[in-house]
Ligand binder design. Sequence first.
Ligand SMILES: Cc1ncc(C[n+]2csc(CCOP(=O)(O)OP(=O)(O)O)c2C)c(N)n1
Length: 865
Amino acid sequence: MNAALNPIALAKLPDPTTQETAEWCDGFLSLLAAEGDSRARQILDELAMLARSHRVGWQPDLNTPYVNTIAPEDQGTFPGDLAMEERVGALMRWNALVMVVRANQAYGELGGHIASYASAADLFEVGFNHFFHARSPTHGGDLVFFQPHSAPGVYARAFLEGRLNEADLLHYRQEITGAASGARGLSSYPHPWLMPDFWQFPTGSMGIGPISSIYHARFMHYLTHRQLLDCQGRKVWGVFGDGEMDEPESTSALTLAAREKLDNLVWVVNCNLQRLDGPVRGNGRIIDELERLFSGAGWNVIKLVWGSDWDGLFARDVTGALVRAFANTVDGQMQTFAAKDGRFNRDNFFGQNEALAQLAMGLTDEQIDKLKRGGHDLVKIHAAYAAAARHQGQPTVILAHTKKGYGMGTAGQGKMTTHTQKKLDDHDLIGFRNRFDLPLSDDQAKGLAFYKPADDSAEMSYLHEHRQRLGGAMPRRETTCDIVPVPALDQYAAFALQADGKEMSTTMAFVRLLGNLLKDRQLGPRIVPIVADEARTFGMANLFKQIGIYSSVGQRYAPEDIGSVLSYREALDGQILEEGISEAGAIASWTAAATSYSVHGLAMLPLYIYYSMFGFQRVGDAIWAAADQRARGFLLGATSGRTTLAGEGLQHQDGTSHLVAATIPNCKAYDPAFACELAVILDAGMRAMLVEQHDVFYYITLMNENYAQPSLPEGAASGVLRGAYPFATIPPDPAQTHSGGQRVTLLGSGAILTEVIQAAQRLAEQGITVDVISVTSWSELSRDGASQTEPYLGTLLADSAGPVIAATDYVRAVPESVRAFIPSGRRYVTLGTDGFGRSDTRAVLRQFFGVDAASIIQAATAALA
Ligand SMILES: Cc1ncc(C[n+]2csc(CCOP(=O)(O)OP(=O)(O)O)c2C)c(N)n1
């Protein structure tokens, strides 16, 4: 592009007040005219280098003028039928609006949003008509993350496409009533759990969609580089809110996306300048701020600020008055302009100075009112998407300027309160009809009638034809994938099953099991070990060399420990995902792998091992979203428990993860004490997820305490999986007759089971019969109890008698969760680690929290008294 002919570029130039400045500028412009952009860039680079070598202290401004990145002459031809797409888009807008308004007319409490989709409609529609490719025999399918509260628009499209009917739309946000009446309830936001053949990615919790999209895009590179699946040609699209960008998760992985050169990733940030309460940056400009942020992070930034009808204004604006005016207009003011009519904008925006007033002279107030922002102009949006899709070597963000509540007139457009606006009066409805030229009578508009053109109409043909070209309807969640065979348990876990008193920690056992599984020809390659800079902590350093750490550029250095058998090895086909110190990133990575069976039709088995405290507590919401996305994989909460991780103190010691895990319906959580139990659980989990293909995931806590590991007791396996099994009955010391046939049952899980066993032995020495039950999962016991007339725990306890004492390394609420299933008449006492953690030796900590053998004996003795 020749800047000499471009008024926008001219306007950005410094005022050539001095002769010298003018000469420099002229020199540059003639260079540009004579030798083009690339030579101009080269000269600028060289000048910048020269300036730096003299420590001039100059940095280029990361902001460009408040105009479109793509010049009109570079935007290419729009490949669609513009008028048709506007008509079809208007129908989406209408049906989405009707759906929300009617749901709330019927039941005012249901909620829902109109204004967000009103701003995002064109951004979605261009994607649907021209870019978002569904999975088909010839294409693996794009991944699309939809702004959650714009879901009504996606339903409206599915309605026109014939995937949903009117009865379904009438059950927006009513899944229960919908199902009961034979219709399909439509979930508030994208929830794969609730609409498993429809939504792919849960985005309802702001920030999780953005970070998730990055790690999904990276995981596609991982699959390609490991030659498991060729993901080339597939894109990850995400439409997110400008307010949503404030979430730490939204921006925390931007540099990773750039570093990994994720050119398969395109974000569209819907910059309607508003969030829920008000403006996103009332006193600044969010588009400028995001431009600086994203370009600084290494992204390709495309600003999509103004619609085509501004092109003429810019072309006539030879003095740069428009660009200067925008540079002086903050978003709070821009929102006011959006909310007001053409007259107001003429007076207050174009009225700022003579040059601007001149520009607006040829426009009527109505034309001024209708001047489009870039994110409402199909042609401009298409140009931006096409440029993004073409761009190589970087992820792209499109900063799309829109109006919140676009077209909602005085009822909503640009209003402070528009986010939650769910009512429109007759006047607004007629206004909306007129604004978008909808084929509705006054009565139909006022009566909020859904509108679907006849099946053989041009609109419907256009709609279907465009989706057919792109592989069919979207969003669409698929679940077909091959079964991955799991080797027989004794092939890889014999050392754990017959441990025979050998000392090891369950973490060591896990690493050994993992090492063995990795060697399996069929399962091995599907395993995705994930760490967040803690592999050495868990004794996994041997895997670095064995299977390599994934790196999209291989290894460009000689590692310091090159001679070592454990040398740090990065490789293009490396298998470990080393996410660095980002639990948010690691869990997003885990989710990408754990949903690969559905997103890519290729089942993978991610095992993310981390400090258990930094899991459910730190990234619990992301785990909840993974559950919603029907993840299948293992989460391994290592160094778990409040007394087992001895020296680390308050912020590291986890006493609650099992409490939270228990609240996630498709999470099976286990706190095994022994390597043999762990092996049984791991094995069953793999079979459930990879062979039987259940939508469950497993949370297993692991400890770093070494102790003697028993072999798996005969017949214990099924109890291990159900949550508990009788570990031992210790008969009373016959020399001690004074206790008079007393009997007590001790329940223990995880690390505290060893304390329970010690206590049992000492109680038996006092002449008491002690039944020891190893609890592997409190939550499985509790779920069983709640769903069965004869709870398994009750059956298990039927063979014993006397009080029941339970002890764990978790808060008391964990063993309390099974109280209801203890047979009546038997006293139930729970010991746990409530309170803040602190540092000391294990023995002292257990004594302090009252979960050591002595405390268990004391509780048992008191209960027997
Ligand atoms: C983690 C989280 N916090 C808060 C919300 C509630 N919430 C839903 S939408 C919204 C405002 C979104 O603003 P923006 O991202 O700018 O999108 P817009 O609706 O303006 O397009 C908020 C606060 C949420 N869904 N998730």
